[in-house]
Design a protein around this ligand. Structure first.
Ligand SMILES: *[C@@H]1O[C@H](CO)[C@@H](O)[C@H](O)[C@H]1NC(C)=O
Ligand SMILES: CC(=O)N[C@H]1CO[C@H](CO)[C@@H](O)[C@@H]1O
Length: 445
């Protein structure tokens, strides 16, 4: 049951180039999202279908299950949301309507102090040294933002690069975030750090933490290595126990200038934090597959994940947050078992799969087979049928891509002539054979 798991594919796939590509996409599409609020989310991510898209967007949000705010252990956890003034207008409201309703102790840190929809937002950068605020190039944006604090939306309209600038500034938040979190709730046993596009399955988090010994210095997250540094991928969410933060702040006490200089030279905030924690003697414990950097639509659903609970998703938009949250609320109403990867698959993804969907793409790293100009969708399907493990396939002219894992994927531009199909019977058989006698958790000893 108890195993130390990391996902080896992640180490391969998360290359600096990929990260910067993702960042560029995020930057580009967020500008659209803010300038055009009706297209409520980055189009790149929204090429992925909204799960349960059949339920109308105008539907009233059902209330929280009354159990959700009284779950055992909730008082021992502080949820720390990291965001920025140029992102929170778009992203925070759905969290107020959903998960944050269930969480008794949370704090929101941003790059500017303000009141937003009745919530106090803290400026996590207020304590960065005056010296760095003067000389580090990222703080020009901070100064501009603060000069425009009464009209942020207008400021964003006038500054084409604001998303990029906001992202560059973000790296300065990670270390102060941890220090400020401890000050915000010194008696918390656990601190979980998420972003405004992270979805947290609160009921599962509490069940997970109940199994870990909080008195030990824990750093849990999704392991990534870049520039030789192991760290927890930020957007997927990461956790620290109180002793870990205490050890880090003691270590930092005499070294703050050094770490500010390190931050000044380093591009990624999550990498910076991983470095600081490592220097303080705190190792990272892998939390995959509980902690995910994908959405239900873009992740690979494989049978070996199905008996694991799910704790976070990343890159998630408001409609998907509502769908998963709704499922979680129904779940905790009558189930004592945690919400598993299987339940996400079974309730949100499986109903959307079909033997054939036109103009649909898979987002899969499958195996590619060349086809002749005469061969079509049916030929691609036969290739999949011939491989007993094949779960889905995608036909594009002269190419057939097959995959052993199940990924919903997204709508493809019709110019791509992309047609996807799933092996519905194989998937049903796989589902029927699942027996999660006891859910599997990532434990750390
Ligand atoms: C911070 O980095 C900038 C260049 O990005 C440099 O000009 C500045 O001197 C650095 N400041 C310190 C204190 O290292
Ligand atoms: C949109 C997208 O990423 N589609 C991918 C589906 O799978 C093939 C094969 O791996 C990729 O090349 C496509 O990019």
């Amino acid at each position: 049951m108890i195993s130390r798991l990391t996902d080896p594919r992640l180490f391969k796939s998360i290359l600096a180039g990929f990260v910067s590509f993702t960042v560029a996409l995020l930057i580009f599409f967020n500008i659209n999202a803010i300038l055009n609020p009706r297209a409520s989310y980055p189009a790149s991510l929204k090429k992925a279908p909204t799960i349960l898209s059949t339920s109308s967007a105008t539907e009233e949000m059902p209330g929280a299950n009354e159990r959700c705010s009284q779950l055992p252990g909730a008082d021992d956890v502080l949820v720390v949301v990291k965001t920025g003034a140029t992102a929170l207008r778009e992203r925070l409201p759905v969290h107020f309507q959903t998960t944050l309703q269930c969480i008794p102790h949370y704090v929101i840190f941003s790059d500017m102090e303000e009141e937003f929809q009745g919530h106090h937002i803290h400026d996590v950068l207020s304590g960065v040294s005056a010296r760095m605020k003067e000389c580090a190039p990222e703080f020009k944006f901070y100064r501009d933002l603060h000069e425009n604090h009464d009209r942020v939306t207008e400021f964003m309209r006038k500054n084409a690069h604001f998303q990029q600038d906001a992202w560059h500034l973000d790296k300065w938040k990670f270390v102060p975030l941890v220090e400020r979190a401890l000050l915000a709730k010194p008696d918390a046993k656990w601190f979980i750090f998420i972003e405004a596009d992270t979805f947290l399955v609160w009921s599962n988090l509490l069940k997970w933490l109940a199994q870990l010994e909080w008195t030990r210095p824990y750093f849990l997250g999704l392991p990534v290595t870049m520039e030789g540094q192991l760290f927890a991928y930020g957007g997927a969410g990461w956790l620290l126990s109180r002793p870990a933060i205490q050890r880090m702040t003691q270590h930092m006490a005499s070294q703050n200038d050094n770490y500010e200089e390190f931050t000044n030279k380093t591009s990624y905030g999550d990498l910076i934090l991983g470095h600081v924690l490592e220097q303080a003697g705190i190792g990272l414990t892998g939390g995959w597959p509980l902690i995910q950097r994908e959405t239900p639509s873009t992740m690979e659903h494989t049978e070996d994940l199905w008996c694991y609970p799910i704790v976070t998703f990343h890159h998630i938009d408001a409609p998907d947050i509502k769908s998963i949250w709704h499922l979680e609320q129904n779940w905790i109403a009558d189930a004592l078992t945690p919400l598993l990867h299987f339940d996400i698959f079974n309730n949100l993804i499986n109903p959307l799969l079909s033997t054939k969907i036109d103009d649909w793409d898979n987002f899969s790293d499958g195996e590619e087979k060349a086809l002749t100009a005469d061969e079509g969708f049916e030929d691609c399907k036969r290739i999949c049928e011939a491989d007993v493990q094949c779960m889905q396939f995608r036909f594009t002219p002269r190419k057939c891509t097959i995959s052993h894992s199940i990924i919903l994927g997204w709508k493809a531009d019709s110019s791509m002539n992309s047609i996807s199909g799933w092996m519905i019977e194989r998937i049903s058989r796989a589902k029927a054979s699942v027996q999660c006698q006891r859910e599997r958790w990532i434990s750390t000893d």
